[in-house]
Design a protein around this ligand. Structure first.
Ligand code: HPA
Length: 234
């Protein structure tokens, strides 16, 4: 057990999928894993370990925002030996050619700040995805008939942003979408020498103000789980 994870050593797989929402972790485990077992429920942050095509996998909620993800990813890596961590989540589109339901695979993640700011200080570290995972995720998506957008995203500290000029700057620099976790996952993966990736579905559009209807969120979430699993074990 760690401060925030109730699992015993050995109950967490080397491959961990991390949705923001713990209930999504439960849904994904029940839908995609065989013999899924609940391994954490401290603070309601559900995690399940089971197998997919014979491979052991843990699906562990990250919570919303980089400070929350940082707690779980740190403990999963340093206390439980996680080696591959893939965020599966939603994002807001920042480009007109990126549409609702599209899949974005984040090559890199820009931020204003992250929980690693105190370590990097004057350094503008460039958090980037693991190449082998990124390539395998693109190939897995394409094999399923999905053409993902691959490029930079913005990991914001706020959902309710009072600075529309920031979104504008991101859009003008080709940033595909905004979410709140990936940059710190990539920082931690780099620091600990493990593999990190974020696979995202566009749930809302910052320019058109469209939003994915609730009943479609499950289907698009399922596609991300399949892309992440395919990439992890390619
Ligand atoms: N902003 C930040 N995070 C998000 C958004 C957004 O518009 N949509 C989904 N996650």
């Amino acid at each position: 057990m760690t401060v925030h994870i109730g699992a015993e050593k050995g109950q967490i797989a080397e491959t961990v999928l991390m949705p923001g929402d713990p209930r999504r972790a439960q849904w994904a485990a029940e839908t995609f894993l065989k013999d899924a077992e609940l391994v954490n429920e401290v603070r309601g942050m559900l995690a399940y370990t089971g197998t997919w095509n014979g491979h052991r996998v843990t699906i562990h909620g990250s919570g919303m925002g980089m400070p929350s993800l940082s707690i779980y990813a740190n403990e999963l890596i340093t206390q439980y030996g996680a080696k591959t961590l893939i965020r599966i989540g939603s994002c807001g589109a920042m480009q007109s050619h990126v549409k609702i339901r599209d899949v974005i695979i984040a090559m890199t993640a820009t931020s204003i700040s992250t929980p690693s700011r105190g370590i990097f200080r004057e350094i503008n570290f460039a958090p980037c995805a693991d190449w082998s995972l990124l390539r395998a995720a693109v190939e897995t998506a394409e094999a399923k008939g999905i053409a993902p957008h691959v490029g930079g995203i913005y990991s914001s500290d706020v959902f309710y942003d009072e600075r529309p000029d920031l979104s504008d700057i991101m859009t003008r620099h080709g940033i595909l979408g905004v979410e709140m976790e990936a940059a710190e996952l990539y920082n931690l993966a780099a620091r600990h020498g493990v593999r990190g990736l974020a696979v995202l579905t566009v749930s809302d559009h910052l320019q058109t103000k469209e939003a994915l209807p609730a009943d479609e969120r499950e289907r698009s979430f399922g596609e991300m789980v399949e892309i992440a699993l395919g990439a992890a074990f390619a």
